[in-house]
Write a protein that binds this ligand. Structure first.
Ligand code: ADP
Length: 178
């Protein structure tokens, strides 16, 4: 039997942490559907359509991945897809309580759906879309934390030049020779 997994989230925007989970999931399941939640309570930086485009570009080299959007209950959406697994990423203990509640609620709503938690590489275990946006907003570099096209898109939206402030050493004082 082919196993379809659904990986839901906001992906505003996708980071290398999400991509780490997607590629691990793609090796484990026959098909993984990355499902962007239309959540009217959150005010995203990127529209649903743009998040989808960004994700499609970021995942185009992974063959068994599809990107989709959904609203309403995740369990209803998963049923429509004939998915039997929900994938979620666990970064630190701080993710655990919320994820635990969600997984048990989803199991209560549909006992045939299993939630599988996956850990990213430790390089990404502190990474979140929120933090990435904050760093770019303040003029910092997110090189290595998001795909290059995502960094460029973030800079465009948040009005900063991408990657301009990675400091390799102490800042030179004015008048100092280079
Ligand atoms: P949500 O709004 O549902 O938290 P996110 O887009 O922030 O949506 O995250 C979607 C899923 O990806 C969640 O399970 C989250 O824990 C996981 N995730 C987010 N960032 C990372 C990361 N850096 N490494 C691993 N998993 C992550």
């Amino acid at each position: 039997m082919k196993v379809t997994a659904v990986y839901p989230g906001s992906f505003d925007p996708v980071t290398n942490g999400h991509l780490d989970i997607i590629s691990r999931g793609s090796r484990l399941f026959d098909r993984i559907v990355v499902a962007i939640l239309k959540n009217p309570e959150k005010e995203p930086l990127f529209s649903l359509e743009e998040r989808k485009r960004i994700l499609e570009r970021a995942t185009r080299r992974i063959p068994n991945v599809r990107v989709d959007t959904f609203d309403g209950l995740l369990v209803d959406y998963a049923r429509r897809l004939k998915a039997s697994v929900i994938v979620r990423g666990l970064r630190a203990l701080s993710d655990f309580e919320y994820e635990f509640q969600m997984a048990l609620m989803n199991r209560r709503l549909d006992s045939t759906l299993e939630t599988v938690f996956m850990m990213p590489s430790e390089t990404y275990s502190y990474l979140s879309s929120r933090l990435v946006k904050e760093v770019v907003r303040l003029g910092g570099s997110v090189e290595g934390l998001v795909p290059v096209h995502v960094a460029a898109r973030l800079s465009k939206s948040l009005g900063t030049a991408s990657g301009k402030t990675v400091r390799k050493g102490p800042r030179k004082r004015s008048g100092e020779k280079r």
